[in-house]
Design a binder for this molecule. Structure first.
Ligand code: 5RP
Length: 230
């Protein structure tokens, strides 16, 4: 990955970590931007920061454990104080496409359970309209051919995500169908239409969930954007 992009991800992630306070339950997303947040949190934990973390993927869990960050689960906490996560696209209304790393379902569960949801991105992720990035949809393996046809009828080109010549399997033992829409005019109604297809578990549109977007710019400055009240 280009050095400027990597550094922009790093400065955005590290800025978000400044919002973590002692005693918090923190949700941690998945991906290359969150990697930098985990490294910074690990450093603070070694210096005495007292937090518990809920991870959105096996990948994040093992990175957090490598840093000796204390983990917890929904069985042990009532809710999450703050979640930090990346995104594939962010529009001007703070609607997101997520799931490039295949963790969208757990990411949405964790974001939904959080009092505050901070999104961290490099500036290339900011868009006027969502949809240039494919929309990931998590589906059950059973009947996925039929599910895929129904997604196609919504006006996209759907393809099953493949890694190392095999279908990509999520942490929930499901598949991901990447839907190329090119542009998404009405994110909320598309979200609802997709999730009403039998066989779909969830899709990567996160509507009205983010409270803040922290953007790492290529000139190495950081912008903190606050969501407008509805
Ligand atoms: C994983 C995600 C990621 O947040 C998204 O793909 C961005 O990843 P990265 O920080 O590597 O650019 O939604 O499911």
């Amino acid at each position: 990955m280009n050095k400027d992009i990597l550094n922009s991800k790093k400065i955005a992630a590290e800025k978000a970590v400044e919002h973590i306070k002692d005693g918090m339950v923190v949700g941690l997303g998945t991906g290359s931007t969150i990697y930098f947040a985990i490294q910074k949190i690990g450093k603070y934990v070694k210096e005495g920061l007292q937090i518990k973390v809920i991870a959105t993927s096996h990948q994040t869990e093992s990175l957090a454990l490598e840093q000796s960050i204390p983990m917890t689960s929904f069985a042990h906490v009532d809710g999450i104080d703050l979640t930090i996560d990346g995104a594939d696209e962010v529009d001007t209304n703070f609607n997101l496409i997520k799931g490039g790393g295949g963790a969208l379902l757990r990411e949405k569960i964790v974001a939904d359970a959080s009092k505050e949801f901070i999104v961290v991105v490099d500036e290339s992720k900011l868009v006027a309209q969502l949809g240039k990035f494919f929309l990931p949809v998590e589906v059950l393996p059973f009947g996925m051919e039929k599910t895929m046809q129904k997604l196609h009828h919504l006006g996209c080109h759907p393809t099953i995500r493949v890694t190392n010549n095999k279908p990509f399997v999520t942490d929930n033992s499901n598949l991901i169908i990447d839907c190329a829409f090119k542009f998404i005019e009405h994110p909320q109604s598309l979200h609802n239409q997709i999730n009403s297809i039998v066989g779909v578990v969830d899709n990567g549109l996160f509507i009205n969930m983010a409270n803040k977007v922290i953007v790492g710019c290529f000139d190495q400055t950081v912008k903190v954007l606050e969501s407008k009240p509805l």
